[in-house]
Design a protein around this ligand. Structure first.
Ligand code: SF4
Ligand code: F3S
Length: 128
């Protein structure tokens, strides 16, 4: 498990260095869309599934970026690039990842996912 967002790269004592590893964050656009294309490409299975959204476990994400272009609604951002209006999702991903179960295979999206993909204001619909 990652510790506090840092990896220690083992090597000789002299060239050992500390690497900062960012996490990726699922934001509002995922709510009620849950396409799950992201899940199939994650090499470390760090997506967690809630009733109407996925989150990323920040303790497991290895900053590989593979999931970002997979999401049809562009819900996934690097932690440092999360838009101001979506910053609360950084803490929500962390909190809900402790509670929700891993999803490791893609599954069918909700029947009305394409309708919800057009809607922007969905925070109040998040089911925890
Ligand atoms: Fe998984 Fe990589 Fe996306 Fe992190 S950035 S959630 S490791 S696919
Ligand atoms: Fe959600 Fe996009 Fe993944 S809608 S489930 S973050 S592909």
């Amino acid at each position: 498990m990652k510790q506090e967002g840092f990896y220690y790269e083992a090597g000789s004592q002299l060239d050992a260095k500390l690497l900062i590893v960012m996490t990726y964050v699922v934001t509002e656009s995922c709510i009620k869309c849950k396409y799950t294309d992201c899940v199939d490409v994650c090499p470390v299975d760090c997506f967690r599934e809630g009733p109407n959204m996925l989150v990323i476990d920040p303790d497991e994400c290895i900053d590989c970026t593979l999931c970002v272009p997979e999401c049809p609604v562009e819900a996934i951002f690097a932690e440092d690039d999360v838009p101001d209006a979506q910053r609360e999702f950084i803490a929500l991903n962390k909190e809900l990842a402790q509670k929700w179960q891993p999803l490791i295979e893609r599954k069918p999206a909700p029947a009305d996912a394409d309708e919800w993909a057009k809607k922007k204001e969905k925070k109040n619909l998040l089911e925890k």
